[in-house]
Design a protein around this ligand. Structure first.
Ligand SMILES: [Fe+2]
Length: 167
């Protein structure tokens, strides 16, 4: 992981389990990479979409991109608060993101919604799977994870209904 620990240079918040400090930092770095990559994929789809609902999807994608950017900032700043310097540069994202890239061509509106929905779901599921262990290490960081998962799952619902599925 490309994060530098500055643990000895400042007075850091005590964690519920200090032995897990590095693991918490790594989790935040992974989440940061995924959120930045979601925002990049979202912009790509914002530019690629065509079809009868293209305008709505195009505009909605910018709202999602903004939400992912805001969450990325919260995640990165939690990492710094705990004494890690997160890496949000393209090289770190390219090396570490677990978000699948999309094909570079025009994509029909319903395909865009489907492709995005499964990527958002994958990120949400990965973070949800880590909620328990991160909570054991640091409840305040767990709260950040919960906020991210809650936002992503709400986005899943908003994407799902655009595919014509009932809530
Ligand atoms: Fe735009």
């Amino acid at each position: 992981m490309a994060m530098e620990s500055v643990a000895n240079s400042v007075q850091l918040p005590p964690l519920d389990n200090p032995n897990e400090r590095a693991a918490v930092g790594e989790e935040l770095q992974l989440m940061l990479q995924d959120l930045i990559d979601l925002s990049l994929v979202g912009k790509q789809l914002h530019w690629s979409v065509f079809g009868a609902s293209a305008r709505g999807v195009h505009l909605f994608l910018d709202e999602l991109v903004e939400e992912w950017s805001e969450l990325a900032d919260v995640v990165a700043e939690r990492a710094v608060t705990l004494g890690f310097v997160p890496d949000g540069q393209s090289s770190a994202v390219a090396a570490g993101s677990r978000v699948e890239p999309v094909v570079v061509r025009s994509l029909a509106d319903h395909v865009v919604v489907w492709e995005l929905g499964r990527r958002v779901a994958a990120v949400a599921e990965r973070i949800r799977a880590r909620l328990g262990s991160i909570g054991g290490a640091d409840l305040v960081t767990q709260d950040v994870l919960i906020r991210v998962v809650g936002t992503l799952e709400k986005q899943q619902w908003l994407l799902r209904v655009q595919l014509g599925e009932k809530a």
